[in-house]
Ligand binder design. Structure first.
Ligand SMILES: [Zn+2]
Length: 426
């Protein structure tokens, strides 16, 4: 189809895009604790209702953090034009706290040259605004499209997404009869398509000992020495093994193309004294030592394999070390996710990037997780990517900004994807 009218319509809406981004930044939806969620949902709902969208406000009642003072509100807007596929844009509306070091008002949405400054400018109110403008321009120029356009603004991505996308997915909002394609306009940059992320497994390992007087440690059994054996084994055998594994996933930065393990914390023996406590420690042999493991794994490794690798490492120590006893507790797990680059939404976005930016996109994957995990696991929808304006390294930083030109280009790309996937056959 001739995309010139659609691209011209985006160009006409530059001021609208800037104004919308500023309005969103000025609503300080800081998480934690999760403030002003209802206000930002109402703002978007009012805008889209006035243009004929069906709008639902959904509170994630009972989700972590949901309470009367900080209710977890989400907005889902749908514009249906007869039967056909649905392209859904999902943006989280929460932002992290501003933190120190700002030279501008974090909620002022100040414009300087091509940049709009503010907390959430790039992560990800700029992306959400670009998706809204893309959808509005598409509806204005292609009124006879087939199917549906959806936009959701969701809570709590910054704290795991349980009061946001996970809740909506559990309610069936990403069921195949409702949604066919999903774009999450996270700040991956306008020429990159993010296909998914590595997996995560957090676990706590505890070694057991026996308490005794510290002057006669031979009468007890030190859990800390047992943990030392665990750490030695991890250093000597596990780290080289993890470093030798390489994924075919296009993870950036490249260091994250290997399996990784971070030992998040270690605690052994007596509890740490409170600040201001001037007493000396009591002489005791430690009867417990705990570490928290943060294992990031590749799509080529299964979660089961990742878990049994740690177990067999521990069982191996138990087989040769006297009195070695341990417990292991699962804390958190997310399977790796990767959309095929030939999946319809990925391929359409690649075509649109080539058209708008005259270059091939870079396909990437993320070292950590984001809301795609819930769409994949709970929603069982595989045709999902992250694509949006903004530079990821600016996210969560002081003086965060988003480029107006980049938002315009991303809006052009998203509008062309709508036209590609939903336009009537000619
Ligand atoms: Zn984000």
């Amino acid at each position: 189809m001739d995309d010139a009218p659609l691209l011209a319509e985006i160009a006409r809406r530059r001021d609208a895009l800037v104004g919308l981004t500023q309005d969103l930044i000025r609503i300080p939806t800081v998480n934690p604790s999760g403030r002003d969620y209802r206000r930002i949902c109402d703002y978007l709902a009012e805008r889209l209702l006035a243009q004929g969208w069906d709008v639902q406000l959904i509170r994630a009642t009972g989700a972590p953090g949901d309470c009367e003072a900080f209710p977890r509100w989400n907005m889902v807007a749908r514009f249906q034009n007869g039967p056909g596929p649905c392209l859904h844009f999902n943006g989280h509306h929460d932002v992290v706290e501003p933190g120190q070091g700002w030279s501008r008002d974090p909620f002022g949405a100040q414009i300087e040259g091509d940049r709009i400054y503010g907390r959430g400018a790039c992560d990800m109110k700029g992306g959400l605004a670009a998706a809204v403008i893309a959808a509005e321009a598409f509806l204005a120029t292609c009124p006879d499209f087939r199917g549906a356009v959806e936009i959701s603004a969701t809570a709590d991505e910054e704290s795991g997404g349980y009061g946001g996308v996970a809740y909506l997915a559990e309610q069936g909002f990403f069921a195949p009869d409702r949604v066919s394609h999903v774009i999450i306009p996270e700040p991956l940059h306008k020429d990159r398509i993010c296909l998914g992320h590595r997996g995560v497994w957090w676990a706590e390992v505890e070694t057991k000992g026996r308490i005794a007087h510290g002057s006669m440690p031979f009468l007890g059994d030190s859990a800390i020495r047992h943990m030392g054996a665990v750490l030695e084994e991890i250093e000597a055998r596990l780290y080289p093994l993890l470093a030798s594994r390489v994924t075919a996933m296009p993870v950036v930065p490249e260091g994250a193309r290997h399996s990784t393990l971070n030992i998040n914390s270690i605690h052994g023996g007596q509890v740490e004294p409170q600040p201001g406590d001037t007493s000396l420690p009591a002489p005791c042999v430690a009867d417990s030592c705990r570490i928290v493991l943060d294992r990031r794994f590749l799509i080529e490794e299964g979660l089961g394999q990742v878990k049994s690798e740690i177990r067999s490492l521990l069982d191996g120590i138990a087989a040769r070390r006297a009195d070695f006893r341990y417990e292991i507790r699962d804390l958190f797990e997310v399977e790796p996710v990767m959309t095929d680059r030939e999946a319809p939404v990925a391929a359409a976005t690649a075509r649109a990037i080539a058209r708008v930016l005259a270059r091939h996109p870079q396909f990437v994957a993320s070292p950590g997780t984001y809301d795609q995990k819930h769409i994949d696991r709970i929603g069982r929808l595989k045709n999902c990517i992250a694509y949006g304006p903004g530079l990821l390294h600016l996210a969560h930083q002081p003086d965060e900004w988003v480029g107006i030109g980049d938002m315009m280009d991303s809006a052009r790309v998203m509008a062309l994807v709508l036209a590609d996937l939903l336009a009537p056959a000619r």
